[in-house]
Unconditional design. Sequence first.
Length: 213
Amino acid sequence: MLRSGPRIESSDVVTMFPSLVWKLQIEPGLRDVLRANILAAIAGMRAGLPALAHGDGWQSGHLLHQRDDFGEFVECALQGVASVLRFLRIGEEACEITGCWASVLAAGGAHRLHSHPNNFLSGAYYVCTWPGADTINFHDPRRQAAVIRPPVVELTAQNTDQVVVRVRDGTLLLFPSYLEHSVDANASRHERVSVSFNVMFSAFAERLSKPLW
């Protein structure tokens, strides 16, 4: 007579094709220097503009990496990129920042779902965060995964279609540029300030069209 019940000798889960986000925290001394430099630069760029109203946002031009007062930030960002390339075993391929911009979200301001085409890595550095304005959402890049959506009894990293990453002042996030992300409405009373950037291999950047924002 055959035995009833499980007849599996062993089992394993093979993890493949992950979506990775690298989270770095800048040491306090450098964080404070970057904060002072970035806020001073933003104040200069916004001079003469009206204060942001509820739900509004402001974004600078995309060439901040070419400014002298962003030199320390660029150096810090590229060090983070180098660590990601080492993690991915890509080697010492030369990279460059293709665009860099500052964003300010007033209370109620949000950032819609988007990605950063024509780049390899993207980054976000958090200058000023507050309770209620200290997260970013990353969305499942596998669109076909939404074809069947059975109910789950518990959300886990293996069954969710959105991951919320909490950040604080001095947090630097790096992620694949194809990974869609969004920012919920600023639920604090203060302005949330961040600096974003894109990175591409220099040899590709010489031949590809400019990034699609």
